[in-house]
Design a protein around this ligand. Structure first.
Ligand code: FDA
Length: 497
């Protein structure tokens, strides 16, 4: 409540925030988590907590009156539809040159993501976090993160036989015929549950089009892993539909935190002020960067250093589809959970996930989300005129990523005698270059913070989320975000408390 004092306040309930809360609580610290999104623990009138990708309703998007599907066209027709404004689970946050998709609610991105849980290859690690001891990461913190997240891999005999992964087997065949390594990708989806879905003995989720707007069953989101464990300590409380707007040094030590309570149409219903001995910024790359840039510029935290807001990247995300021949159908039944990718990182700077297009009909399309080594980095800055934080990314900055993805798909098209789809992102548009799912950076480790996430200039303020990572992880990011949070919180607990 208003006027309260807490030992540790965590802003955000995604990967970084959940790790911080659990480990602090286990060390005996009382933790309060503030989350701007909803709790997502109560079914709607249809008996489900989340709506399906195929029929989005108000639960789908964060404060929008029209959906903004990442794949916004189908067979050349726009598929977005009107919805009522609500604090839905997926935010399509628009900056001038890019739309950044993020999860909103208790569990952060784990509510909406594909669950692909990938540990980067060790030889790529120095490029990701050069100041971090890789022996410790690969010996201790990556294994700890994978265990805490509940990561598993599809059973290969089932992969080889089920209709639900025909699209991925077509992806494998095409990758191998062009000489690219095809790799299985671990996931936090419960693979045994998915086999039961297929057998008709469990309610369908991944096999019923559920993913972008939440999975009702099967996916081990943070609500089922780290957050459940954190709550079980009895030392962690969570306030959903509360948004942190300010953090500033308090007169008697510690920090004053201003929090707006909002309703489900996004209006502020109360403003609360609390004090905290320690504050952990875990609002995600965009959320943490926006807060820090604003607080530095407006005088609440003027001593933050000049690195704040810098080093932001899109993890090189680009999407594309290929049109297959009629003898290569990808299946009318597709699981929403990807399980494999094409690895051309070393030779071409691209790692392409073989992604589903779960439309319910045969499309003869192969669809891919590529993670590329795009070197472009953007910066957040305070715009005093609008009172908003801007990001200076330009759409044209995707071109290096497109060129890297083409090292895979130009070759596959040439081997197969096929072409790119031009109907998925517009009319005659091949590349999905308008978005990212993987925002990273903005408060980079060992630059805006010390080598463990302590914010320069303010003892007791920490960054512990994807904003620490300088723009790219070479694979999907949440295992690295989790492992780095495990490393940093262990050091902070040992030395600062
Ligand atoms: P995260 O974004 O998870 O959490 C931040 C939380 O803080 C959010 O809940 C937000 O609402 C809250 N918040 C923000 N500002 C606040 C404020 N001022 N006050 C209070 N709360 C605030 N990654 C991967 O590894 N494998 C995958 O398969 C995918 N797939 C995927 C699909 C889609 C559609 C998306 C959008 C993303 C993915 N990702 C992914 C990316 C992954 O989900 C992402 O990298 C992590 O969730 C980031 O974790 P963080 O802890 O940094 O923040």
């Amino acid at each position: 409540g208003n006027g309260a004092h807490v030992a540790a306040l965590v802003i955000g309930t995604g990967y970084g925030g959940s790790v911080a809360a659990l480990r602090l609580a286990q060390a005996g610290v009382d933790v309060h988590m503030i989350e701007m999104g909803m709790a997502w623990d109560t079914p709607g009138s249809d008996g489900k907590i989340f709506c399906s990708t195929l029929s989005p309703d108000n639960r789908s998007y964060w404060l929008r009156t029209r959906t903004k599907a990442p794949l916004n066209y189908f067979l050349g027709f726009p598929i977005d539809r009107d919805i009522s404004r609500y604090t839905g689970v997926l935010d399509a946050e628009e900056f001038s040159g890019i739309t950044v998709y993020q999860g909103r609610g208790v569990g952060g991105g784990s509510l909406v993501n594909g669950g692909m849980a990938v540990t980067p290859k060790r030889e790529n690690f120095a490029a990701i976090l050069p100041s971090v001891n890789a022996d410790e990461m690969y010996g201790t913190y990556y294994p700890r993160a994978n265990a805490g997240l509940g990561v598993g891999t599809i059973r290969s005999a089932w992969f080889d036989s089920t209709d639900w992964y025909q699209f991925a087997r077509v992806g494998r065949k095409h990758a191998q015929r062009s000489g690219f390594p095809f790799v299985f990708v671990p996931d936090v989806y419960d693979w045994n549950y998915m086999e039961q879905e297929a057998a008709g003995t469990a309610t369908k989720s991944a096999l019923a089009g559920e993913i972008l707007y939440g999975n009702n069953y099967g996916k081990k989101s943070l609500q089922k892993t780290y957050i459940a464990q954190a709550k079980a300590t009895g030392k962690v409380t969570i306030s959903p539909l509360h948004k942190v707007t300010s953090v500033a040094p308090a007169a008697g030590g510690g920090y004053t935190v201003v929090i707006q309570q909002i309703n489900t149409t996004g209006d502020t219903t109360a403003t609360k002020t609390v004090t905290a001995d320690r504050v952990f910024f875990a609002a995600g790359s965009v959320g943490t960067s926006k807060l820090l840039v604003k607080l530095k510029a407006t005088g609440a935290l003027p001593n933050l250093n000049a690195e704040v807001g810098k080093g932001w990247g899109d993890n090189g995300n680009v999407m594309c589809g290929r049109a297959n021949h009629l003898w290569d159908p990808t299946g009318s039944s597709q699981s929403t959970i990807p399980c494999a990718g094409i690895d051309n990182w070393a030779a071409g700077g691209a790692f392409a996930e073989v992604a589903p297009l779960p439309t319910g009909i045969e499309t003869f399309a192969s669809f891919y989300l590529s993670i590329t080594k795009n070197p472009n980095r953007a910066q957040f800055s305070w715009n005093a005129t609008t009172g908003q934080v801007d990001l200076n990314w330009q759409t044209a900055w995707k071109q290096p990523g497109i060129d890297m993805a083409k090292t895979i798909f130009d070759k596959i098209n040439s081997t197969e005698g096929t072409i790119y789809r031009t109907d998925l992102f517009g009319v005659y548009k091949i590349w999905g270059d308008h978005l990212t799912y993987h925002p990273l950076g903005g408060a980079v480790l060992n630059k805006a913070t010390d080598n463990y996430g302590r914010l320069a200039g303010y003892p007791g303020l920490y960054v512990i989320d994807g904003s620490l990572i300088p723009g790219n992880t070479s694979v999907n990011p949440f295992v690295t975000i989790t492992a780095l949070a495990e490393r940093n919180i262990e050091k902070i607990i040992a030395t600062d408390l």
